[in-house]
Design a protein around this ligand. Structure first.
Ligand code: OOG
Ligand code: MG
Length: 262
């Protein structure tokens, strides 16, 4: 760690407040170029602690930057991990208020629900599939707190990987009946298809993103508990949205889920 506890608390509070006030900020590595990966996750944990202190609960975990399309869009090279809190959850088909967001974009994802704990090191796709209760379509709304959505990896980890809202819905699918590499997805904006993809865009298989998360947590002595919802990462680049837009994600064999912006 390169930052002291007071600085970590200050930066966590700053990013949390930026989200609460829908206010953007310069990226934190501008002022703290020496911060390391542990500092970045410590700042993310500070945001989590502040949310828990406000009575919110943790409603899921996420992997991000798990597809080449996303890495290319954001100019980075390795995946990142974050969490979702109860205030991020949107009901299927419900509306998201643009006044609470800075510059939201949406991502088509496949969400996993676990039924056994997953612990690394050594977690792999087979272990993830054996611990998956079901998979389901998920749309993630990302909303970087950084100006113009521009960041480096440490800054985006500290900012809880741009997490801001998510919706899941459609049909729960048993992974024994799915080939998630070949599973096709279509994301529609106001009824028009805008991006297309298949599960393999995420690290060759979306379960690989969950294994990577388990291995990341294992390195710090933590695990993915049974009963955890996990977003495996955007299959395509993220799509910007504006008030009035309705976004629908269709996933092969799993129906659809949607979210509106007002
Ligand atoms: C970082 C979060 C990326 C994903 O699914 O790739 C992410 C960002 O692009 O702002 O959630
Ligand atoms: Mg995402």
């Amino acid at each position: 760690m390169k930052l002291d506890q007071a600085t970590i608390e200050k930066l966590g509070a700053h990013l949390d407040n930026c989200q609460l006030q829908a206010q953007d900020t310069t990226k934190i590595t501008d002022d703290h170029p020496d911060m390391d990966w542990d500092d970045a996750y410590a700042i993310q944990n500070m945001i989590k602690a502040r949310k828990l202190a406000r009575g919110l609960t943790i409603s899921g975990l996420k992997a991000g930057l798990t597809s080449h399309a996303k890495m290319k869009q954001m100019g980075v090279t390795v995946p990142v991990f974050g969490f979702m809190s109860s205030d991020y959850e949107v009901a299927d088909g419900a509306a998201c208020n643009m006044s609470e967001l800075i510059h939201p974009k949406v991502e088509p994802e496949i969400a996993f629900m676990t039924n056994k704990p997953l612990r690394g090191p050594g977690c792999h796709i087979g272990a993830v599939l054996a611990a998956t209760e079901y998979v389901i379509p998920g749309i993630e709304v990302i909303d970087s707190r950084y100006r113009d959505f521009k960041f480096d990896l440490k800054s985006v980890i500290a900012d809880n990987t741009s997490a801001s809202r998510y919706v899941t819905g459609g049909k729960k699918m048993d992974v024994r009946n799915a080939d998630l590499r070949n599973t096709g997805i279509v994301l529609e904006k106001n009824g028009q298809p805008v991006v297309f993809g298949a599960g393999a865009a995420v690290l060759g298989h979306p379960a690989a993103a969950i294994a990577m998360l388990a291995n990341h947590l294992g390195a710090i002595g933590e695990e993915i508990p049974a009963g955890t919802l996990i977003l495996s990462g955007g299959i395509t680049e993220a799509v910007a949205v504006a008030a009035g837009d309705t976004m629908t994600l269709r996933v092969q064999g799993m129906g659809s889920t949607s979210i509106r912006f007002i």
